[in-house]
Design a protein around this ligand. Sequence first.
Ligand code: CDP
Ligand code: MG
Length: 145
Amino acid sequence: MEKTLVLIKPDAFTKHYSGDIIKRYEAEGFRIVAMKLLKMDERLASIHYEEHIGRPYYNDLVGFMTSAPIIAMVLEGEDVIAKVRKLNGKTNPAEAEEGTIRKQFAANGRRNAVHASDSVESANREIHIFFNETEILDGQYEAME
Ligand code: CDP
Ligand code: MG
């Protein structure tokens, strides 16, 4: 079953949108197989956003991502990577479709409420930045359903 990394970013966390956002993912039937509250530091941000190092917005992005706690989670489901990207909506909420999480909760193209992995390769890399194997409870779900 496919997995993806989702982050609830500092803007959404500090505005107390976390529960509403998690509810959107649960409503789609995705399983939460890992979750933690943490505060990113510059080192963690530079690993997670390594492909953005050197871009004009990079320093502001890191400042934002390290400004307050975030929630990191791993969601599991069929085609979950593409489906979560679609549910999140476009990077800039001004361009995001009605009904998407970013349309509803994002402030702007930087403070945009959520992150989600964009490919299988990114998901595998990003999940293991935040979680080790023992923290991912995928195998333990079946017995509960
Ligand atoms: O998050 P997503 O994959 O939709 O977008 P991205 O192009 O991979 O950029 C990663 C993050 O950098 C965005 O979600 C924004 O928070 C931030 N960003 C920004 O602050 N200014 C930009 N011009 C582009 C991205
Ligand atoms: Mg991206």
